[in-house]
Design a protein around this ligand. Structure first.
Ligand SMILES: Nc1ncnc2c1ncn2[C@@H]1O[C@H](COP(=O)(O)OP(=O)(O)OP(=O)(O)O)[C@@H](O)[C@H]1O
Ligand SMILES: O=c1ccn([C@@H]2O[C@H](COP(=O)(O)O)[C@@H](O)[C@H]2O)c(=O)[nH]1
Length: 240
């Protein structure tokens, strides 16, 4: 892989992607494949931290729709992200990548608590830090967590690895004729209510000048390609 365009990135990994071909839960082969791609990226000298979603296990909104109290359901969703973080930690360490999981909900016997300065030190030492349990607060999402941690860790970009290859003018899973953007502004995403990422995450990135790169991480080799500025993706940034 050639030299990276960025020094430090935050990779947001959709929980849904970790299901692989399944309908629920964690597919170890998918974790291994993503881990190999993250390893390849770190070998270029790129510093990587990660936020993992929980949609493959539990989403608070879906739980609330089934009758759970919303805040309790959101805590369940946050705990789901801890499982995914541990799965990715395991996969990364199997291929020799040093990692630390830091949880926004302290759970001392499972992983470190989130401490920004400590996370910073881990990254300086070349470790991949995986931020678990979202923000630790209900009514938020892991997209917002990703934007928040990207700002806190002074990341050059937020890479959203998901199951679509960019931002479309409508949800491509619902509208077959939807058209993908190569680039667009934060304000356009917000004004057109494009749902690939929630509005608070987009606004946080806009206010902190963090470009968002949305790409399909289900496709092998795509992380390396988008890091090189190739492959298919959408870049959300301030437009000239
Ligand atoms: N305008 C749009 N452009 C692209 N994707 C869109 C758009 N509107 C809605 N989506 C949907 O957004 C989803 C991307 O979010 P993703 O599945 O990564 O969810 P998440 O909440 O970030 O992660 P998780 O899977 O952990 O819940 C895609 O599945 C896609 O169908
Ligand atoms: O800060 C946060 C982050 C997440 N949640 C809950 O976790 C699930 C899973 O996260 P996704 O972003 O949907 O993958 C989410 O649905 C929320 O219920 C949270 O409450 N606070």
């Amino acid at each position: 892989m050639t030299a990276p365009r960025f020094q430090r990135i935050l990779l947001k990994l959709s929980g849904e992607v970790l299901m692989g071909q399944g309908q629920f839960g964690i597919d170890p082969a998918t974790c291994d494949r993503v881990a190999a791609e993250v390893k390849e990226a770190t070998e270029t000298g790129l510093e990587v931290c990660m936020v993992v979603g929980g949609g493959n296990i539990f989403r608070g909104l879906a739980g609330a729709a089934q009758g759970f109290d919303r805040a309790s359901a959101d805590y369940m969703g946050m705990l789901a992200t801890v499982m995914n973080a541990l799965a990715m930690q395991n996969a990364l360490e199997k291929v020799g990548v040093q990692t630390r999981v830091q949880s926004a909900i302290p759970m001392a016997s499972v992983c470190e608590p989130y401490v920004r300065r400590r996370a910073e030190r881990h990254m300086e030492k070349g470790r991949v830090v995986i931020f678990a349990a979202g923000t630790g607060l209900p009514f938020f999402t892991t997209d917002t967590t990703a934007a928040l941690r990207a700002a806190e860790m002074n990341c050059d970009a937020l890479f959203k690895g998901t199951s679509v290859d960019g931002v479309y003018d409508a949800d491509p899973k619902k509208v077959a004729s939807a058209t993908r953007y190569d680039t667009l502004s934060y304000d356009r995403v917000l004004a057109d209510n494009l749902k690939v990422m929630d509005a608070s995450a987009v606004a946080l990135c806009r206010d902190n000048h963090i470009p968002i790169v949305v790409f399909n991480i289900r496709e092998g080799g795509n992380l390396a390609a988008v890091l090189r500025g190739e492959g298919t993706s959408t870049i959300v940034q301030t437009q000239a």
